[in-house]
Ligand binder design. Structure first.
Ligand SMILES: [Zn+2]
Length: 733
């Protein structure tokens, strides 16, 4: 997936395709911001060959269309030449609070589309007399999809909670679940409409015209939630549903009425290739007063600014021409990406079986980390898509392919309603597990459609380990033994992964893929086992190596390291780095980041103040927060504690080991008292080793080399500024 949208995110628009700034007084959007011209132009800049192919397809189309127009001559005005076709529409509402766009608001938009395309719009009375004979009544109608691509009953509306905004153009994140959006339904059967927030709130929406080489899943209409329908979140002056009327006109191969150029390019030489729309110089905004003439159409009745394909306000537009409706019908019959819609069964509700349960997804455990768990309670979202009320169903839970745990659930679920059912607790051990849950025997009889009865997922159960714990991700198991992985999005592939050939040491490391998964605000998580630490530990530390790059100035991934003393029930952050503080590669890169050896940086996190001497268990969690950035890697994680000998703490120093083979260490607990000298004497008073110290702070560790003295008893004399201490030691071979 390329990163053009990131560029779009940070680089201001260098050229303007017909929208103008919002009024500063009331913060409302005053001028129509159709982005179709913009996205087409950007697409052609990136794929120059596609522009040639597109123009060729349009020329071929134009010939067919002109034939249709010839056949039209001699027919009565507005006489239908095609049968009515109804296009199934799926409306994906993708917002932080998708309930802002109600079912009624969606229906208000469908009503406008059906009225406008049929020429049944009440405001058609406003069509000037001179244009009435050109008033087009299309055969296109729209329904909310009545069945899913899989054949289950549907409402044609789905709501997704997400902060992802539309970045108009190719790879628009709202069209990809991996970027926090939602994937299109089968574009050959449905017109996909994404209702969302636009990155630039002056933008009202866009589509791609047919004849482009775009990915199939990008076909459809993206619209601002405030320019959709006539009620609810719709805002004047774009609250009459005409953004959809206009943009779906582009979807069916209509150009802007003034031609192919941008709105503000003054030209009579470009055309919309429709013979009954007057040639027009530039676009019109707002609510112009009829008639208007311009450089291209100087004579009365002038230009047709009240056409749906101009830029006037919703209330000021009221018609397609017959030439335009013929053009849309021809496009439906000509373009390979539109023709399949003619035979879609998406408007037809499926026949219901009497006993049919649809498993929608596993509610729990769904790609989560269960800490210190010995069992879990499976939960399943189901929909009764049978015609009979569902009174009982078996829930079957399979972990790692083992024999199912079965529970009969009794309930009372009417047809086409959803609910969550729970199985009995299932025992589970530490590790990373696959889970499959399926339903059987709805109402005690065989399910009549079994293809929709099963859901699968994965989950981790963390285990226990001692300290020190060192993890370099060299073993092929991911997560490593007793560790846990998960993430807070619906995309399982966003979990941290083990990668080889990329490492601080050894051959492998763990990668958090923020490059392919643009899941803003979502977290990818790596949990350590719960580690036993001595309650008497003097220090608890976490060390690790990280490598990270920024994708752009605007991208801002973060790493949070947290600890838990209650086995992952609650976590406390002890480390957070983001953006420039996190990155280890100097330059931003829009490529899929792989660190060079020099780009690994060590981090040490001292948990001693929170843990040492207080808790005998700790769990550490590494959490990456997605900020539209790039990959983050971790390697060589070490979690350890240090417990000092009690004698060291009591006396302030110790000499170890005793007996010694010759390599003796003097260790101080508190190095505040200056050490003047060390001298070692044999049992007969002969000095065998000595060192003097001047004005130097006492070192914590001082080596005393007795390797070359014979075995026997020795006396070590420690001379401090305020005292002298003598310790007896035994030298052995
Ligand atoms: Zn437009």
């Amino acid at each position: 997936m390329n990163r053009t949208f990131i560029l779009r995110y940070i680089i201001p628009l260098l050229f303007c395709f017909g929208w103008y700034a919002a009024s500063s007084q009331d913060n409302s959007i005053r001028y129509r911001g159709c982005v179709t011209g913009d996205v087409m132009e950007k697409y052609f800049q990136k794929h120059p060959q596609e522009k040639i192919a597109f123009e060729k397809r349009q020329q071929d189309f134009q010939k067919k269309y002109e034939l249709v127009r010839k056949q039209r001559q001699g027919l009565q005005a507005q006489q239908r030449v095609n049968a009515t076709v109804t296009i199934p529409v799926i409306v994906h509402i993708l917002m932080e609070d998708p309930s802002q766009v109600t079912d009624d608001q969606v229906q208000s938009q469908l009503d406008v589309l059906n009225a406008d395309y049929a020429g049944l719009n009440a405001d058609s009375v406003n069509i000037p007399a001179a244009f009435k004979s050109r008033f087009g009544k299309s055969e296109l109608r729209f329904c909310l999809a009545q069945r899913t691509p899989q054949g289950a009953p549907a409402t044609g509306i789905e709501r997704i909670t997400s902060v992802t905004k539309s970045l108009p153009g190719e790879n628009d994140p709202v069209k990809y679940s991996a970027m926090g959006g939602v994937d299109a339904w089968d574009v050959n059967k449905y017109l996909n409409i994404w209702v969302c927030e636009m990155d630039d709130e002056n933008d009202l929406g866009y589509t791609f015209m047919p004849g482009l080489g775009i990915a199939a899943g990008e076909r459809g209409f993206v619209t601002a939630y405030h320019a959709f329908g006539t009620i609810g979140s719709a805002r004047a002056p774009f609250n009459k549903g005409r953004t959809a009327t206009h943009e779906i006109g582009h979807f069916f191969n209509l150009s802007h009425i003034w031609g192919a150029n941008s709105c503000n390019v003054e030209s009579c030489s470009d055309s919309d290739n429709v013979d009954d729309t007057p040639n027009q110089y530039v676009c019109f905004f707002g609510t112009p007063e009829y008639p208007k003439t311009d450089n291209c159409t100087a004579a009365a009745p002038g230009v047709m600014f009240m056409n749906y394909m101009d830029y006037v306000d919703d209330a000021a537009m009221c018609l397609f021409t017959i030439g335009q409706t013929d053009r849309m019908a021809s496009a439906m019959n000509s373009f390979a990406e539109l023709t399949p819609l003619l035979s879609s069964n998406g408007c037809v509700p499926p026949l219901l079986y009497s006993n049919d349960v649809e498993v929608q997804r596993i509610a729990s455990p769904d790609n989560i980390i269960l800490n210190c768990a010995t069992s879990f309670t499976p939960q399943l979202h189901i929909k009764n898509i049978g015609s009979a009320t569902l009174t009982s169903v078996n829930i079957n839970t399979v972990v790692d392919g083992q024999a199912p745990s079965v529970k009969t659930v009794t309930l009372s679920l009417p047809s086409l309603q959803t609910t969550t059912i729970s199985g009995d607790a299932v025992a589970v051990s530490a590790g990373h597990h696959s889970i499959k849950i399926y339903t059987t025997l709805p109402n005690g009889s065989a399910d009549q459609f079994v293809a929709n009865d099963t859901a699968t997922s994965i989950f981790s159960v963390t285990g226990n380990a001692g300290t020190p714990l060192s993890e370099g991700f060299e073993s092929t198991a991911m997560p490593p033994q007793d560790w846990g992985i998960g993430n807070t999005s619906d995309i399982k592939e966003y979990n941290p992964v083990r990668v080889t050939g990329v490492s601080h040491s050894g051959n492998a490391s763990v990668k958090f893929d923020n490059y392919h998964y643009q899941l803003f605000g979502k977290n990818a998580i790596l949990n350590s086992p719960e580690l036993a630490i001595p309650i008497a530990a003097d220090s608890v530390k976490v060390t690790f190596w990280r490598a990270a790059a920024k994708a752009s100035l605007a991208s801002n991934d973060s790493l949070v390291v947290e600890y838990s003393t209650d086995c992952g029930q609650t976590f406390v952050a002890a480390y957070k780095k983001g953006g420039n503080d996190l990155k280890t590669k100097a330059d931003n890169t829009s490529a899929d980041y792989v660190p060079a050896a020099s780009e690994w940086v060590a981090d040490t996190l001292d948990l001693s103040p929170y843990i040492a001497g207080k808790f005998d268990k700790v769990m550490v969690r590494f959490r990456i927060i997605n900020g539209y950035g790039n990959n983050v890697y971790l390697d060589d994680i070490r979690i350890y504690s240090v417990t000092l000998p009690p004698a060291l703490k009591q006396k302030g120093y110790i000499l170890t080991p005793n007996p010694t083979t010759g390599s003796l260490v003097l260790q101080h607990y508190n190095a505040s008292t200056p050490l003047k000298a060390i001298a070692v004497f044999s049992s007969i008073g002969q000095m065998v080793w000595k060192a003097e110290y001047e004005n130097a702070g006492t070192s914590n560790y001082i080596s005393i080399n007795l390797r070359n003295v014979s075995r026997g008893i020795y006396f070590v004399k420690l001379v401090y500024s305020d005292k002298t201490i003598v310790e007896k030691i035994l030298k052995i071979d």
